[in-house]
Design a protein around this ligand. Structure first.
Ligand SMILES: *Cc1c(COP(=O)(O)O)cnc(C)c1O
Length: 469
């Protein structure tokens, strides 16, 4: 075998123009922007040049075949042009995975969502009167029907909802909050910081584990603009604890003529304890017990798009609608459409549990999961890969800062490769085209079928086939 020296190798590298004139690349130019193609050609040629520079002895096996270089370039173009935000397979079993897009929308709203995205709509137009309308009107009827609230306002997310509520009702005044409820959610939402931002002064009462009604009562002064209760959905203080329920706070606040606000975090419309999950206060309960304003997320347990929903007394919500902040925090038509269609599903509880992916995944029965896991197991077994594969008991999580202590019994497929590190398997499946995100536990690669869609099984099978071939 004859090896070329470095100078000879450099002279074999094609120029950008040479590559551009290749038939294969000319075709590529019809599909992809010229600048991007040139950038990728340069990148691949540069990479080859560096490989030549790095050659340590006179023996080398650098492939400078033009066809091979063109293949690399086309690959580079594909990677560069792909969207950064892409589909992944969530095999972690965490239903509301904050890092993986939180809640998922139902397939059944696909057409309505696309219509409102690609065609004109009556977003801010009153068709009957032939004049300007309000974007918020589209959601009002459904939400009122579901919650019996007097009025509704929807903003970008629940953090924005809390900000708007405080800024409207309590600016330049004090808001009383129990010390046990000063939560941080998702590392970025802190009640004290939101209070500061809204121009209200936080008055903490009680101790971390215990707050009594009289703590609130003694703190009320002429500067008090509201009492706020925060549902500590992402952590829980256990043991010797006491907090004051919203109905008692409501009586107290009425006596002093100030509003009581409840931040529910993960708003639910259905009592999920019926389906084997622990009880979370519903929006309806909170309003019935006397909360004047309730805020919650659209994309936690509710299972809709990212949004912050504010429900409650009309007199307060009217003020919020007039706040300039509302304009800055306003939701777009896609959110309104996705939320309205998701909420409409709730008018029939059984349908909601079946059709809304978040609720469906949270309420799977264990034998349904076992069947799902066995289906996946059988498909993997057909591959005859060099690994031990079996179905095991597992634990899924609700996630999204909801029900912190809640783990739900699940069924998982566990893979232990015989001739590969399990972390190598994890990395290769994560970096594969299917982008499978899963846990490794006790030297096993764990696929929790709760959050895997059945139509994703073949993608998983394909990637396993590639890796174990
Ligand atoms: C999640 C949560 C928030 C923040 O909601 P986003 O929709 O993520 O902005 C605020 N308060 C509580 C209690 C929460 O659980």
């Amino acid at each position: 075998m004859i090896y070329l020296n470095k100078r000879e190798l450099f002279s074999k590298l094609p120029s950008v123009d040479e590559v551009l004139n290749q038939e294969d690349i000319k075709n590529t130019l019809e599909e992809y922007p010229r600048n991007l193609v040139i950038e990728c050609i340069r990148k691949v040629i540069d990479r080859k040049r560096k490989e030549i520079i790095d050659i340590k002895d006179d023996k080398n096996n650098i492939n400078l075949d033009l066809n091979n270089i063109i293949k690399d370039i086309k690959n580079e173009i594909n990677i560069s042009y792909a969207l950064s935000l892409k589909k992944v397979i969530n095999a972690t079993g965490t239903v509301l995975h904050t890092n993986l897009g939180r809640s998922l929308l139902s397939e059944s709203i696909k057409e309505e969502l696309w219509n409102s995205a690609s065609r004109y709509s009556n977003l801010e137009y009153n068709i009957e009167k032939g004049q300007r309308g309000s974007r918020y009107d589209h959601l009002a009827d459904t939400i009122k029907r579901l919650t019996n609230a007097e009025d509704v306002l929807v903003v970008n997310n629940n953090a924005a909802a809390v900000l708007l509520v405080l800024s409207t009702l309590a600016k330049d005044g004090e808001v009383i909050v129990s010390r046990g409820e000063l939560v941080e959610v998702g590392g970025s939402f802190r009640i004290p910081s939101i209070m500061e931002l809204s121009g209200t002064k936080l008055l903490e009462v009680g101790a971390t584990n215990k707050t009594h009604l009289k703590d609130y009562e003694e703190a009320i002064s002429e500067d008090t603009k509201a009492i706020m209760k925060v549902h500590t959905s992402n952590y829980r203080i256990l043991g010797f604890t006491e907090s004051v329920d919203i109905d008692e706070l409501s009586i107290l606040s009425k006596k002093h003529n100030i509003p009581v606000i409840e931040d529910l975090g993960s708003g639910v419309f259905i009592d999920l304890s019926k389906y084997g999950l622990s009880y979370e206060p519903t929006v309806l309960d909170s309003l019935r017990k006397g909360a004047d304003i309730v805020t919650f997320s659209g994309d936690k347990m509710l299972g809709g798009p990212q949004a912050g929903i504010i429900v409650g007394k009309k007199e307060y919500i009217d003020k919020m609608k007039k706040n300039q902040l509302t304009r800055a925090l306003r939701v777009d038509k896609l959110t309104i459409c996705a939320l309205e269609s998701t909420l409409r599903t709730y008018l029939d509880e059984e349908k909601a549990i079946k059709e809304i992916p978040t609720l469906r995944m949270l309420t799977y029965k264990i034998d349904e999961l076992e069947e799902k896991a066995n289906d996946l197991l059988n498909k993997i077994k057909e591959l005859k890969i060099d690994a031990k594969v079996c179905v095991e008991d597992g634990l899924s999580q609700v996630g999204g800062g909801s029900m912190p202590l809640e783990t739900i019994k699940s069924k998982v497929v566990a893979i232990t490769p015989n001739n590969m590190n399990v972390s190598t398997l994890e990395r290769r499946l994560r970096l594969s085209n299917a982008h499978i995100i899963a846990r490794v536990y006790e030297n096993k690669y764990i696929l929790d079928v709760r959050t895997i869609f059945e139509d994703e099984y073949d993608l998983i099978i394909n990637e396993l086939k590639n890796i174990f071939k």
